[in-house]
Design a protein around this ligand. Structure first.
Ligand code: SF4
Length: 267
């Protein structure tokens, strides 16, 4: 499959960004921290997604990674990111329970934008996970399941980066209402959210105007898409995220927690 390495282990071999970018941001050698990101967030609050992405590419070069979940926001980010740099470093977390439609849009984005998303996988297969923690962990302890299949692989994906970029928006959930354009991720790097001020309508208008490939599940009642085991379609008018971990009270997978949970399992 073009652009995708399928190596074993927890991360596929990066296909490629390499190269170098000129760093013409605010400083050349400053240490990133909470104070730095607070200042940037204030200054950049009114910036457009394109301006934010151009700045990020310039500021962080090949130390910037774009996280893709292959939902609508990811499609927009891939489109913008590819327009800002030919050396886009993109990655995704393959929980091994993604929908077929998610892999389909991944492949369409690879084809259209020539991206080379690196796949990060959990250390445990679902079979091994069941052996160690019992069957259907996504029902008995979804936080632990997400920790194993998402949070820990993300930690690996972020190692060596100075910044990562996400598609979160403020109106997606109450937990995201105060997200900022630039944030300090307690994992020890900068987090950039170029779409944070956009509405869902903004995203869909942009996709339509630019004919950007998107996940077909969005047309089938899935406004938010995660794993097959714990994502369901929602009825019109329902909370867009109510189809995630339905009935468990869980609303986030832990990737965007201000304080990442300590690993509560051993392998
Ligand atoms: S979204 Fe569900 S299946 Fe996927 S890692 Fe989290 S709990 Fe497990």
């Amino acid at each position: 499959m073009r652009g995708l390495a399928e190596a074993g282990g927890s991360a596929d071999t990066p296909g490629g960004p390499g190269g170098s970018f000129s760093r013409t941001g605010w400083t050349e050698q400053e240490r990133y921290n909470q104070e730095w990101t607070d200042l940037r967030a204030e200054e950049m609050e009114e910036w457009s997604p394109q301006e934010i992405i151009s700045w990020a590419v310039d500021q962080f070069g090949d130390k910037l990674g774009l996280a893709t979940s292959f939902q609508a926001e990811s499609s927009v980010l891939v489109h913008l990111f590819a327009g800002a740099t030919q050396q886009a470093r993109t990655f995704y977390l393959d929980t091994e329970a993604l929908f077929a439609q998610t892999y389909m849009v991944r492949d369409r984005l690879i084809e259209r934008y020539d991206i080379k998303p690196v796949r990060f996988r959990p250390a445990l297969s679902f079979e091994d996970q069941a052996t160690v923690y019992g069957d259907r962990l996504w029902e008995t302890n979804p936080d632990l399941c997400c920790e194993i299949r998402k949070v820990q692989p993300l930690k690996l994906a972020l190692s060596g980066l100075d910044a990562w970029m996400t598609g979160i928006r403020r109106d997606q959930a109450a937990t995201r209402a105060h997200a900022r354009v630039v944030e300090w991720d307690k994992r020890g790097l900068v987090k950039i959210n170029p779409l944070v001020r956009l509405t869902s309508a903004d995203v869909w208008n942009y996709i339509a105007e630019n004919n950007i490939p998107y996940n077909e599940l969005h047309d089938q009642g899935y406004p938010s898409i995660g794993c097959t085991h714990c994502t369901r379609a929602v009825a019109p008018g329902e909370d867009p995220r109510s189809g995630r971990w339905s009935g468990t009270g869980k609303i986030e997978c832990g990737l965007h927690e201000p304080e990442p949970a300590e690993a509560t399992f051993s392998i």
